[in-house]
Structure formats: C-alpha cells, structure tokens
Design a protein around this ligand. Sequence first.
Ligand SMILES: [Zn+2]
Length: 170
Amino acid sequence: MNRQQLIRLVLEDYQHLDHNPRKKLHAIARDFGLEIYIEKLVGSCGGLLWKILNRWCIVLNSQVPTHEQTFAFAHELAHFVLHQSMADQLSYFPEQTESLERQANQLALKILLPKRALLPLCNPGSSIHQIASNLTLPSWVVRERLTHLRHPLRNSPLQESSPHLVKQSK
Ligand SMILES: [Zn+2]
C-alpha cells in the first residue's frame, strides 16, 4: 500500500470508532501490525516510533497523563503512515516544530477528531474543555483541530495550558 492509500485508510476506514479515540488508535495499530508498549521514558517525550528487528512498535511514556499519551499515540501512528520509509526511529517531543513533526501532528488531529465526529459535539453552549474531557484528549488538541476547521468555538477560553502556550511563556 502506498502513502496516499494508507492516509485514506486511517482517515476513512475507522470512522465507526470515532467516539473513542484510544480504541480507534489501538484498532489501527493492530491492523498495521504495530506493537504498543507503555514504558517509563525520560523527559517530556510522549512516545516513540521504533523499528526493532523488522517489527514496528510504538512506545508510549507512562510518565505523561493518559490524554497526552493518546495524542502521542496518534502522532507516532501518523509518522508510521507518513514517514516510515524515511527513518527507523522518529521520536515525539511537543516542542519540535520542523515540517515532519507538523505533518504528523496534522494527520494525528484528523485521525483523532474527524470532522463528522467532532462537529456534532460543538454546540453553542459546549466548551473545548468539556469536549476534550469527554474524548479523553488534551484541550489544546481539540482547539487546534477547531482552528484548522475555522470553527467559532476555537476562540473560547481554555482551562488547560497547551504546549504552545507554555512555549510562548518561556
Ligand atoms: Zn514526531
């Protein structure tokens, strides 16, 4: 399967699992033959994509909160889809901004929050924090996706700091 086919597959074939992002990620990983490990990783690294003896695996950092782990999971899965031919090891750090990281983040957001699953949750009275909490995702992930979709809710205040906001405050 080529890259475009893989992208289409992850964005279209798993829509029925929309409301449980983590479950969807496990289903995709299983179908791709990826092994998932949750281990203590040093520093703020959320996860790693690794190829060991011809087997791809994703290692998630047990030291970061579950909702951040879920984003790291999607991010590493996105690297697998987009960049597996480029490197045997790609690591995730929230502060990385180079183009491979941006591409992985964009695809991760689309996998986690397909438009047709997210938009019905965005009522005038709903908050980003509430939507994120229902989906067990970080609030900043929901806000980023709403920003891409230019949804009015993207401007509502956040109750949780995002890596980007943290970075700007330093
Ligand atoms: Zn990455």
